[in-house]
Design a protein around this ligand. Structure first.
Ligand SMILES: *Cc1c(COP(=O)(O)O)cnc(C)c1O
Length: 472
């Protein structure tokens, strides 16, 4: 293994992020839960959630700020002072302009993977020098725009690098440029999110025949290639695999620099992928743990000789979002209690289509948004869409739900309610940020995204072209 570090990575990192310590939650986690409870109550009291708008997404602004601060502190604690670091938020995790702006204000940049995400980052005021473009299918126009703006670009493959060659020849650019590699260290527990398998579609497959030589030559011929990029995977990747993948990237950078006789590669982009504990309210693993793990397992990566770019998404946002929905009806079928709510496939697409990979916890609240008490009854929490699998949770013991009650799914701040899925022409849900001071009425909300109107649904469904087909 090319770690160049002389460290047994598997022994250092282990194959599990570690069970969350049993016992009481950490104070910061308890405070987040308390803010969430107050926000659910206030969302009902202030009419954000009600009969007319029976589903919404809530974002904990304090929690997001804390996560950004923890990320920065974690790397500052292990890197020598003055090491250049750009923490770029993976915009795909929460593609909402006010969220990207909030993170920008907290010192976080943006990682974008489409023209749309780049436009969101720009609308949020993220400057080009704090933006990284990584999409696997960049068009010539997107590449030209990125290089004209000075945005960092990681080339995915040799054909893309050839396009960049032509652009670099035709006009000078300030863009830091690199190549994404797939260290091919293997997959995690969720196949669809494992980016470092042998046949993954991302980057240059490092262990394929001839690939390493090709990369070494590509860098030797292009003195302007100064970065290397890898994103080893997202949720479900064990720590040993993450550090092994990044160890490979570090070793490649060392080899390129040895051959060049200078520090040609000056920055390593280590991607995101820190998992989130969807099974409890604990924030684990922490950024601090991950940064220490990297420093221990791949010391050369963290000794200040390389600048770093990180691209965390889920771990910055997931714990700080809560999906809330009203129970419309309750019924029984085949002996199973079913609560029919307004949150289903349109707001929790991954959970509905892959419930075993993406289980969500459910919290029950009464019609006033107070935590609901009562003996547990096994219930299905169903969504509003017209297919049988549209379930937010199946067979969960919860206090018996009644029409008008509220169900909440915590940990939905990333890749969930911000990612509308237009099944059954269900509207995009409103998203609101909150700050919750102590006391029930101390909750202030700001609109992040308006709920979609029925008129807007018609417009985006070809309403302006109603006769297009009958007149053809
Ligand atoms: C999705 C993605 C990320 C973010 O992954 P998380 O698991 O949300 O941290 C970072 N970089 C790249 C290239 C990605 O595709």
């Amino acid at each position: 293994m090319h770690t160049g570090a002389g460290v047994d990575l598997a022994a250092v990192a282990g194959d599990a992020w570690g069970a969350v310590a049993a016992g009481p939650l950490a104070p910061a986690d308890r405070e987040r839960v308390a803010r969430r409870d107050r926000a659910v109550r206030a969302a009902v009291a202030q009419g954000l959630l009600g009969p007319g708008t029976p589903v919404a997404g809530l974002l904990d602004v304090t929690g997001i700020r804390n996560a950004a601060a923890e990320l920065r502190a974690a790397f500052e604690a292990v890197l020598p002072p003055g090491t250049p670091v750009l923490h770029a938020f993976a915009v795909k995790a929460s593609p909402l302009v006010p969220v990207v702006r909030l993170l920008r204000a907290a010192g976080i940049g943006a990682e974008v993977a489409s023209a749309g995400e780049l436009a969101l980052a720009r609308a949020a005021g993220v400057p080009p020098e704090r933006t990284v473009l990584d999409s696997p299918a960049k068009t010539p126009a997107e590449l030209r725009e990125a290089l004209a703006m000075g945005i960092a670009v990681n080339a995915d493959n040799p054909q893309e690098l050839a396009r960049i060659d032509a652009l670099v020849r035709s006009a000078p650019t300030r863009s830091p440029l690199g190549v994404r590699v797939n260290p091919q260290v293997g997959g995690g527990s969720i196949g669809a999110l494992s980016t470092a398998t042998t046949t993954s579609k991302f980057g240059v497959a490092l262990r394929d025949a001839g690939a390493r030589e090709w990369l070494l030559r590509a860098y030797a011929e292009r003195p302007w290639l100064t970065r290397l990029h890898a994103h080893v995977g997202s949720q479900g990747i064990p720590p040993a695999l993450m550090v092994r993948g990044l160890g490979e990237v570090y070793a490649l950078a060392e080899e390129i620099n040895r051959r060049a006789g200078r520090r040609q590669v000056d920055t390593l982009d280590i991607g995101g992928g820190l998992p989130v504990d969807f099974g409890s309210d604990a924030s684990a693993p922490t950024y601090a743990r991950y940064a220490r793990l990297l420093a221990e397992a791949v010391p050369g990566l963290m000794d200040g000789r390389y600048g770093l770019v990180t691209e965390f998404g889920r771990s910055l946002l997931a714990k700080h979002g809560t999906l809330v929905a009203r129970v419309e009806y309750t019924k029984a079928a085949g002996g199973r209690a079913v609560a029919v709510t307004h949150a289903g496939v349109q707001v929790a697409t991954r959970t509905v289509y892959a419930p075993h990979a993406w289980p969500l916890r459910i919290a029950a609240y009464d019609a006033e948004g107070r935590p609901k008490e009562g003996p547990p009854v096994v219930q299905d929490v169903a969504g509003p869409a017209c297919f049988a699998g549209d379930l937010l949770a199946e067979g969960r013991p919860l206090p018996e739900l009644a029409p008008g009650d509220v169900v909440a799914a915590p940990d939905t701040g990333a890749y969930s309610f911000a990612h509308h899925y237009a099944y059954n022409s269900l509207p995009r849900v409103g998203v609101y940020g909150y700050v919750a001071e102590d006391g029930a009425d101390g909750v202030r909300f700001a609109t992040v995204r308006e709920p979609q109107t029925v008129r807007e649904i018609v417009a985006e469904s070809g309403g302006a072209h109603a006769s297009a087909l009958t007149h053809l």
